[in-house]
Design a protein around this ligand. Structure first.
Ligand code: DON
Length: 572
């Protein structure tokens, strides 16, 4: 008898497995237990690149079902909130830059906001000692999340019913997906923090994760269902809001029902500039990304960098000096322009940028102390996520979203299953005190109630003859703008293939600390030559995970996912 029962269950189990492996989740035909990560595709109807194969596949399925690039981006973003919990999110925020088929360029700001009770010195002890532990982890580090409001703002440009775009994420959360070896390692590394920082133990807590384990997120599925059924109110009001506020009370955080209700997305004019005939659209304040990219590109525009050659000592030296100067301005002048007057026009003007380059000496390093004082260290823990999408109708979407560092505050909302950001650390908690990326700031980026913290996220679209040419972006904290800068220079100036432009070793300078960070494979001879010129070089881990789509001369879409992670391209 026992054997018969066992046999019966075995049959049920096998048929369950085979039926899911044929259709995967019910809403899109994807197998979440067995899938292959593709790094490059060339396609004619549309393409999606994101940090996770299941998310990119979801986006392409939505294109196949008649969605446009915005539909696909929404579905991809939501799928990432399930399959890429390090950075994909409901509890964080981000930015979208899009070029619509009408030709209109738009940007959406769904960056987190400081809660109403936040104040300038909230991370300082009475004697002024900064408490970065509190701005970087746990309940007090959480800004009011903007992602869900952002999704509904994006949805104004979409075509399909919203339920269709959310359902794949619900299925992935409800039925689970098989995690990879890297994902298992990343969850295992998180266990101590998860136990320390949570009031209700989340599903991520387990003795040992291993490759192939299924991650099921029932609470997250219920939150997604509330969002599907009630719209943004399914997150900012009712049950989800109640769960967030209860979580805040248990963990002594600040977010209230009022904060959630008052969250607003801003539709902003993208930061647009031209470079040698290309039009480049990026994110305006509160992201420094668009302006920094503008400053860096314009500071090299008249220097004939193409002739210097990729990874030549001259080119790397020039780009480093340009990066240094732009980032010095970031620290001093940039912040949420709704709260602080950021002199954008002055900082991007030709005369200002030419003047900035007067101190450039092609033969030696300009010490950062000659521009502004201070010597600071950066922490390397970076997790944000970028997705690029394009369709045949002429829509191109570039979205970067974040929880800030990996798994954000590491705090999961009890009963709601999503991780909250630790974005408050992107404010300058005290003038001169570096945040987790080593970035410093002052008045422009000081904390104030309702203010948005300064970001480096750089979702970008390059237009050629007014049509989408490159859709690009990356995670990487303060390294984001320099990675987008280098990827674009590699393509536009060094005529590199998209893969080379993304994969070849990158470098980064951010004014302070005064050093060039380089990836391991960065050429030794260039390093040595730069050291002789007075540069300090520091080798570090991978820089960025750049997701790029480029439109080929014949109109097809080339999508390239960064090899630095498990990122995946899918095309149709
Ligand atoms: O908004 C910002 O600039 C940061 N919170 C982004 C963090 C990030 O990119 C981490 N990722 N790798």
């Amino acid at each position: 008898m026992q054997r018969i029962v066992y046999f019966f269950f075995l049959i049920v189990f096998i048929s369950a497995c085979t039926s899911t492996s044929k259709t995967g989740s019910s809403s899109v035909p994807i197998d979440p237990y067995q899938y292959k990560t593709v790094k490059k595709t060339i396609s004619s109807n549309g393409a999606v690149v994101s940090a996770h194969s299941l998310a990119s596949k979801t986006g392409v399925e939505i294109l196949k079902q008649g969605g446009n690039a915005v539909d696909a981006a929404i579905a991809t973003q939501l799928a990432l909130a399930v399959v890429y919990p390090n950075a994909g999110n409901l509890g964080g925020g981000g930015f979208m830059v899009a070029r619509l088929s009408s030709g209109e360029l738009i940007s959406l700001d769904f960056r987190e906001k400081a809660p109403a009770s936040a104040h300038r010195d909230m991370y300082l002890e009475a004697d002024g000692t900064p408490r970065t532990d509190k701005s970087q982890d746990g309940h007090l580090s959480v800004g009011v999340p903007g992602t869900v409001a952002g999704i509904f703002a994006e949805y104004k440009y979409a075509k399909l019913p919203i339920a269709k775009l959310i359902q794949p994420a619900i299925d992935l959360a409800e039925k689970g997906f098989a995690i990879t070896e890297n994902e298992a390692a990343s969850l295992n590394a998180l266990q101590t923090d998860l136990k320390k920082l949570n009031t209700v133990m989340p599903v991520f807590v387990k003795d040992k994760w291993k490759a192939g384990d299924t991650l099921v997120q029932k609470d997250l599925a219920q939150t997604l269902i509330r969002i599907r059924d009630k719209g943004a109110a399914g997150f900012y009001e009712g049950e989800t809001a109640r769960l967030i506020v209860e979580e805040m009370k248990r963990g002594h955080g600040m977010i209230t029902l009022e904060d959630l209700k008052n969250y607003d997305v801003k539709k902003r004019s993208p930061h647009v500039f031209t470079y040698k005939g290309y039009t480049i659209a990026g994110m305006p304040m509160p992201s420094s990304g668009g302006l920094l990219l503008n400053q860096m590109m314009k500071m090299i525009e008249d220097k004939n960098i193409g002739a210097m050659g990729f990874h030549s000592v001259q080119a790397v030296q020039l780009m480093t000096e340009v990066e240094r100067r732009a980032y010095a301005d970031r620290a001093e002048y940039m912040g949420d322009a709704d709260f602080y007057k950021v002199p954008v026009e002055k900082l991007r003007s030709d005369s200002y940028l030419q003047n900035r380059m007067k101190t450039w000496d092609p033969n030696k390093a300009t010490p950062s102390t000659a521009i502004e004082p201070g010597v600071l260290m950066a922490k390397e823990s970076e997790e944000t996520t970028h997705l690029s999408v394009i369709d045949k109708e002429g829509n191109a979407v570039s979205i970067t979203t974040t929880l800030n560092d990996s798994y954000g505050s590491r705090t999961v909302v009890g009963g709601a299953g999503f991780i909250l950001n630790d974005e408050m650390d992107d404010f300058s908690i005290k003038p001169g005190v570096p945040n987790m990326y080593g970035a410093v700031g002052g008045e422009a980026n000081a904390i104030a109630p309702g203010k948005r913290m300064l970001s480096s996220m750089t979702p970008t679209i390059v237009l050629k003859d007014n049509k989408p040419y490159i859709v690009v972006g990356t995670p990487g904290g303060t390294t984001i703008p320099t990675q987008v800068f280098q990827t674009l220079v590699n393509i536009l100036e060094f005529n590199m293939t998209t893969e080379d432009a993304v994969y070849k070793p990158k470098f980064h300078h951010q004014w302070l600390p005064d050093e060039i960070m380089v990836e391991k494979a960065f050429p030794e001879d260039v390093r040595n030559a730069l050291e002789k010129m007075g540069y300090t070089i520091r080798q570090r881990g991978a820089i960025g995970r750049t997701e790029t789509i480029r439109v080929l001369p014949d109109g097809r879409f080339e999508a390239v996912a960064d090899k630095r992670g498990e990122d995946a391209a899918e095309g149709w």
